[in-house]
Design a protein around this ligand. Sequence first.
Ligand code: GUN
Length: 282
Amino acid sequence: MTAQIISGTALSQQIRQEVSQRAAALTTQGKQPGLAVILVGENPASQVYVRNKVKACEDCGFYSILEKYDADLSEATLLAHIDRLNHDPKINGILVQLPLPAHINANKVIEAIAAEKDVDGFHISNAGLLMTGQPLFRPCTPYGVMKMLEAINYPVRGANAVVVGASNIVGKPQAMLLLQAGATVTICNSKTRDLGAHTRNADILVVATGKRNIVTADMVKPGAVVLDVGMNRDDDGKLCGDVDYANVKEVAGYITPVPGGVGPMTITMLLVNTIEAAERNL
Ligand code: GUN
């Protein structure tokens, strides 16, 4: 069996069209949605991500600003910039691209963002709201994964879901969203013994480790949905995920490609979160 491919590019296009219409309606009322993106330092991957985020905003008719600062920016100055954006009525969403330079305390920076403008959903109060089943903002990547499951009409309720990776950005919120949708959830981490014993039990397998080929075909249940959050480079410098795509697609029922899978959905759900923030402000 060859898996059906879930295209994040196609699904994104559909959702972004809807977002553009909602943005136009807000703009007509004098409330154009606005996103501020902050990048500190020159991390090459981060530079690409923020450029794509700002471009997606422009394409959907948002107001967007990109503030770039040198890597030696002080924590206090960054906090002052966030405070300014917290009070800027044109800005509905604030995103500080991670990782930050080592001398800046990322937790302190995230907590400084007004929770109602925290479109990443990383603020401690948004994490708490998600955990208690009353989410304000769902973190973009896990939210995008849920939209992909919805797009294939996958019956998440009662399914065995395994999340490989336990980060605050993806793994933990992903587990919460799947749990909320009625799945039985296992979270694996870098210390998990016999990873395959867990993954082989998964009807839904989300992989977010940053380790190429961590999931191979023998670790996948036939017919499973495999959602690959990884973004790595292979030996030829080509983009690839965490899953051994060529072989796993012969076992899985559905699979997301890299590139063109979860990646575009992350940006799309950032747009959705920003438009929701703007609509809440009406
Ligand atoms: N770095 C990697 N992924 C993300 C993300 O979703 N948001 C932010 N702010 N930084 C990231």
